[in-house]
Design a protein around this ligand. Structure first.
Ligand code: FAD
Ligand code: SF4
Length: 492
């Protein structure tokens, strides 16, 4: 039964939508969450890449990024749980330096000492704890060994995966239910407090009357065929957009809403990432174990973070510069390959716009600073792989392998052009940023639109800048700040 009216409507049930619903429900507010994707139980995840693309990846995983650099489609999740359904469960708090910058922008509610108890509460609810060797297994332990031999600043990452068995398919949906995606914790808690979650419900319009948000129009979507079904409206005292860094600006741009600042869709950061691998005489079987369990801070100030990663064989081959017979020859080496990646903090170099058919169009221009950070990351990965015992390393550019670090470093000079890099991006942020100035931001420090009373944002699009670390916990923390502020406004 779909209600006709509620206190707060939340659009999207990912990291932000779940956390804002939890914060509101905890304060006694009546909440309805509308989610475009379907609600899946862990047992229904078949651990299949095609199935995952068709069912729990937004746009079937094909969100194209226009850029001179070669950026793979920018993935995001779809379904109750949003991108937490397909993420690697890595949990970081935002670096204090970043939160200090935000405080200096006037966002005093986001100061490190005020966010710390919120992070702590969320970490408790999500079961966040460090990964450990038995679930990490050989690929992660290889990165650990190399980093330790080089005396680098490394550690097992904290993860929201309290029941993880190390099956290695986090990005296909966790079939064991061991991952603490938000459909397993924050959403059920909110539901126990009265929140109603409607899945297969795609919001198509924000209803605004007399300049105030007062509800939404949405359509039911068939989860298999994606056919658009019946239309509905729900009225509310406030509407919170948590449709993600592409979905939220898309909804606003479609209606030309809340854009007095002309900042909607602008200021996109993506945490550009690169990765590469080395050949080890012993078996690594990188697909076995937690995909990403060990990390090295290469440069905390500049925001260069190295993280082990794995890719299922079918994904690995699709992302390599090899194909045909040569590709198969490379693929046959896969059991012996150890892998590591680097993500870097970036400036707001991209934007989300609407294409001619109303579909989102994402542009991103990799800056020289970011390109050099990525190359620094690749050089450090090369060193780690050799230190860990690799006999050959693919430097991540070109087609040749290097037999010693000097050769690889020579191929990875600062002058390597962006066109030679293969970049991955799964952390879009900042497209409706929070700020005190109506001219430079879309929402105020409480998450409310500067232009439309009753319209709030609570997802990764709020970020005033890039973080330099994986963002899900900070998305949740900011969404909780917005939820608590909204609950106070509603008098709960
Ligand atoms: C492959 C991958 C791996 C990642 N790994 C990590 C990691 O290990 N650690 C980490 O910290 N971060 C990771 N991230 C990033 C992290 O998951 C995201 O930053 C975070 O989930 C963003 O939260 P959000 O609420 O902004 O959006 P999302 O979590 O993406 O949720 C948005 C939701 O809104 C729904 N929606 C969109 N439009 C509409 C509409 N019109 N109507 C109704 N619903 C709508 C979508 O279906 C989706 O469910 C990863 C991301 C990806 C894609
Ligand atoms: S590695 Fe752990 S968290 Fe990831 S899918 Fe397997 S059991 Fe779930």
């Amino acid at each position: 039964m779909i209600p006709e009216r509620t206190d707060v409507l939340v659009v999207g049930s990912g990291a932000g939508g779940a956390a804002v619903a939890w914060a509101l429900a905890t304060a006694g507010v009546d909440v309805v969450v509308l989610e475009a994707g379907h609600r899946y139980r862990p047992k229904s995840f078949p651990a299949s890449y095609p199935w995952a693309l068709n069912h729990i990846y937004a746009g079937q995983g094909a969100q194209y990024v226009q850029s001179d650099a070669s950026i793979y489609p920018m993935p995001s999740g779809k379904g109750v749980g949003g991108s937490t359904l397909i993420n690697s469960a890595i949990c970081y708090r935002a670096p204090d330096g970043v939160l200090e910058q935000w405080r200096q922008m006037g966002l005093t509610e986001l100061a490190p000492e005020l966010l710390a108890p919120i992070y702590e509460e969320l970490e408790g609810l999500l079961g966040v704890r460090p990964a450990y060797p038995q679930q990490a297994r050989l690929n992660n332990l290889m990165v650990k060994r190399g980093a330790e031999r080089l005396g680098l600043d490394g550690a097992f990452v904290a993860r929201n995966a309290p029941g993880c068995v190390g099956c290695g398919v986090c990005q296909l949906g966790c079939p064991s239910g061991g991952k603490g995606s938000v459909d397993r914790n924050l959403i059920p808690i909110a539901e126990r407090l009265g929140t109603k979650v409607v899945d297969d419900a795609q919001v198509q319009e924000i209803l605004v009357r007399n300049g105030r948000a007062e509800g939404v129009r949405f359509a039911r979507i068939d989860p298999e065929s994606q056919a658009v079904g019946s239309e509905h409206r729900i009225m509310a005292r406030a509407v919170v957009l948590a449709a993600g860094s592409v979905g939220t600006p898309r909804l606003l741009l479609q209606q030309g809403l809340s854009n007095g600042s002309r900042q909607v869709g602008k200021n996109l950061s993506i945490h550009p990432a690169v990765g590469t691998y080395g050949f080890f005489p012993d078996l690594v079987n990188s697909w076995d174990g937690v995909p990403q369990a060990y990390a090295v801070y290469l440069d905390r100030k500049e925001g260069i973070l190295l993280q082990s990663y794995n890719a299922p064989p079918e994904v690995f081959l699709a992302t390599q510069p090899w194909s045909g017979a040569l590709g198969m020859a490379q693929l046959s080496r896969l059991p012996h390959l150890g892998m590591c990646g680097a993500i870097v903090s970036d400036r707001p170099l991209g934007q989300v716009e609407l294409g001619p058919s109303g579909q989102p169009r994402v542009r991103y221009a990799l800056g020289g600073l970011e390109r050099k950070k990525l190359l620094r990351g690749l050089r450090a990965i090369v060193d780690i792989l050799f230190a860990a015992g690799a006999t050959e390393v693919y430097p991540g550019v070109g087609r040749t392998w290097a037999h010693d670090p000097k050769v690889a470093h020579a191929l990875l000079g600062d002058d390597v052009p962006e066109t030679a890099l293969s970049i991955y991006a799964s952390h879009p942020m900042g497209t409706c940023r929070m700020g005190v100035s109506k001219e430079h931001s879309v929402v105020g420090p409480d998450g409310q639109s500067h232009d439309i009373p009753g319209l709030y944002i609570a997802d990764a699009s709020l970020f005033p800048s890039s973080l330099g670390v994986n963002p899900q916990m900070t998305v949740m923390a900011l969404a909780a700040v917005v939820g608590r502020a909204l609950a106070r406004t509603l008098g709960s």
